[in-house]
Design a protein. Sequence first.
Length: 340
Amino acid sequence: MSQNRKALLRYKELDRCLNDRYHKYFIEDLVDKCNSALIKAGIVPVSKRQVQADLAFMKSSEGWSAPIVSIQDGKRKYIRYSENFSIMNTPITEMELEQLETLITSLSQYQGIPMYDWIEELLTNLRFRFGVRGTDVNIIGFERNSDLQGLDYLPKLINCTIKKIPVTVSYQPFGKEAAEWVVHPYYLKQYNNRWFLLGFNEQFEELSVLALDRILKLNYSDVTFIRNKSFDFDTYFQNIIGVSIEKGRNIEHILLKFTPERLPYVISKPLHHSQIVENEEKGIVSIDVIPNKELISELIWFKDDVEVLSPVSLRKEIKGKISAMHKIYFPVKNSFTTDI
């Protein structure tokens, strides 16, 4: 759950309490009420300091300029609105207006792409209701490929994942015959500007990772949906780069040596969240991941700026790829071979 959503839950609970004329809410009471609402939503409770910061924000001009007052009651003070007020009834604030303009500007970059047709209607409504246009000049460039095959399946798959609807997929892996599978969609993931569906494949009785650009046909299936009871996808992607996990492979402690020119880039943009700089002077960093084809591609992208020190198995894989490339670019010369 996003931080904005968590904050909104607290603000709504505080707003309800501060409007209550039949009870006196001291700061400890407000903390308890906020935490009860958070726990009910499955969120970790917050501290008294956080609730005090929330009240200060609600009172500020950046928030809602809420008329919050502290009223002496013996040795303590209870907190409420000094007048009939609710943050739910206030007009849009200046800060919210700026955020809305930024949102409209960002979303505008996706207009005209088939899978984002709904954005056109949303932007029209936002502009009409709040009189906000954003900017007519394109000032933000998102990485996207509107010509990528399979994007038209994305809205349908999102709907099936949310509503737990199985699908029949006609799928063609690279270099293999097309196959038809019944898949129970669990999760959608974007990586390297491609979209992937992760779901239970009835034929293989295991989780399959399907690239949307390899899907030939997609239809609803009338079989009973098999619920996901095995995979926590936040954990699933924690130990890999990309989307694929190869059978029989485990997490490896990988040591990489980068050139002095490349090391600052790798430090500022880590390969993986587990990355540690082991020896900056020698350019050695480590990551703890399950080796897969995406990791291989990432390392080859660095060319001669990186050397795999360990494990030996990964070093051999990289060496094999380099050897295959060498044969392409530097074939054994014979009477029919000429340099380009």
